[in-house]
Design a protein around this ligand. Structure first.
Ligand code: HEC
Ligand code: HEC
Length: 367
């Protein structure tokens, strides 16, 4: 045996022993411990809905935050969840009517804001095709327009990174990312986006005094419009106000946008004629950050939305909600400039600047 060969053998031996030492230190053989993530139910809000087998932990939320911001989930490494759900815009898209996925392909729906998901009890997406938040998470990864990947592919890329293997271990006691713990981590992170610090909330908690316009706007949006008794009101509360804090009942309704439907909405999930043209009712919170509006992003400003409700409700739209300007009986409410002004003041009091600037929700790769 000559010297170089001996050398190679010795090096191999060394590598082998370091490998075993490294394996011995593998955290799989240690106890793992998580720290509970304390998320408080804000004052006046209903208790959180129970989350199936996914207790929030510091480690799980931290992992979910990395995954949410990591383009590793998309096939070509170009898109993360945050590409279409940007904190600055209350986790929606920047002024895009319909989201643009990888390779610049445009989808047909407006990205949805992400906050107070803890109380969404009737499904996710504009048509509610995902019954739970956790089911929803794997969908954009496999959506041909959004991330155009496969969950298996995404898991392989994640499992190839020691960085993630450590984080998965800390959060779930296993160094291997699976579709289940991947979805659980992202679910935990998204559940921390609680929006409860708007002027409206602070006013309600007695931390500040709302202006007269804001208060009048609140009363007006919560009032019935009934010409038979001379009562004027925005009639918004039927769908956006029943639970008070969320400013949405999260139910599927038709608010009279179109006579001819190009997107059948809830019908594509239930197949029921009565669901054609119904979409998930969005919250009125954070509107200053989430333009454009509606499932297809057709309105650029809140003013345009108010004009729709006041003057352009299509009473012949299939399955229009009976509460939509008391369909057909009231026709158009025709808001006065003063009514629009106070409604706008109230709607803006629902903007939560703490949500869009909270460092805990920001990109962990750059912050
Ligand atoms: C290419 C843009 C895009 C990407 C990337 C994307 N989303 Fe979305 N997201 C959307 C659009 C558009 C909708 C509405 C889709 C629909 O209703 O068909 C949506 C809806 C949602 C909803 C439903 C909210 C509700 O109130 O029902 C959640 C939650 C969500 N996305 C989370 C995520 C997560 C988590 C990721 C990353 C794994 C992600 N999104 C990646 C564009 C995107
Ligand atoms: C019959 C139920 C109903 C009533 C009443 C109603 N809305 Fe809506 N609203 C909806 C639904 C459903 C959508 C989503 C429709 C879609 O995208 O196809 C929506 C969407 C919106 C949006 C867009 C939010 C976003 O994120 O895109 C705003 C803003 C809004 N409504 C404000 C109001 C105001 C203000 C009033 C009262 C003047 C009102 N709504 C009355 C059901 C209703």
């Amino acid at each position: 045996m000559n010297r170089p060969k001996l050398c190679i053998l010795a090096t191999m031996g060394l590598l082998f022993s370091t490998y075993f030492v490294a394996c011995k230190k593998d955290p799989v053989f240690q106890n793992y411990q998580t720290t509970p993530y304390e998320l408080e139910v804000p004052k006046f809000f209903l208790p959180f809905l129970p989350v199936q087998e996914n207790e929030l932990t510091q480690e799980g939320v931290a992992l979910g935050r990395f995954l949410f911001y990591d383009p590793i989930l998309s096939e070509d490494g170009s898109q993360s969840c945050a590409s279409c759900h940007n904190q600055q815009f209350a986790f929606t898209d920047n002024e895009l009517a319909t989201s643009v996925g990888i390779k610049g392909i445009a989808g047909n729906r407006n990205s949805m804001p992400l906050f107070n998901l803890n109380w969404h009890d009737k499904g996710f997406f504009w048509d509610g095709r995902s019954p739970t938040l956790r089911d929803q998470i794997l969908e954009p990864i496999e959506d041909p327009i959004e991330m155009a990947s496969t969950v298996t592919g995404a898991l392989e890329r994640i499992n190839g990174k020691p960085f993630y293997r450590d984080l998965f271990y800390k959060a779930f006691g296993s160094r291997t990312a699976t579709s289940d713990n991947l979805a659980k981590a992202i679910e935990q992170f998204m559940l921390t986006f609680v929006s409860s610090n708007s002027r409206f909330d602070k006013g309600r908690r007695g931390e500040l005094a709302l202006t007269q316009d804001e208060l009048d706007g609140l009363t007006f949006t919560q009032a019935e419009n009934d010409p038979s008794v001379g009562a004027r009101g925005g009639d918004c509360f039927h769908c956006h106000g029943t639970s008070g804090e969320l400013f949405s009942d999260n139910d599927y309704k038709n608010n009279g946008l179109d006579e001819t439907l190009t997107d059948l909405g809830r019908f594509s999930v239930t197949g029921l004629e009565k669901d054609k043209g119904k979409f998930k009712t969005p919250s009125l919170r954070n509107l200053s950050f989430t333009a454009p509006f509606m499932h297809d992003g057709r309105f650029k400003t809140i003013e345009e939305v108010l004009d729709h409700y006041g003057e352009h409700v299509v009473q012949t739209s299939p399955n229009i909600d009976p509460n939509m300007n008391k369909a057909r009986s009231v026709g158009q409410i025709k808001f006065t400039p003063e009514e629009k002004r106070i409604m706008l003041a109230f709607l803006k009091s629902l903007d939560d600047y703490e949500l869009i600037s909270n460092p805990a929700f920001s990109d962990p790769f750059t912050n």
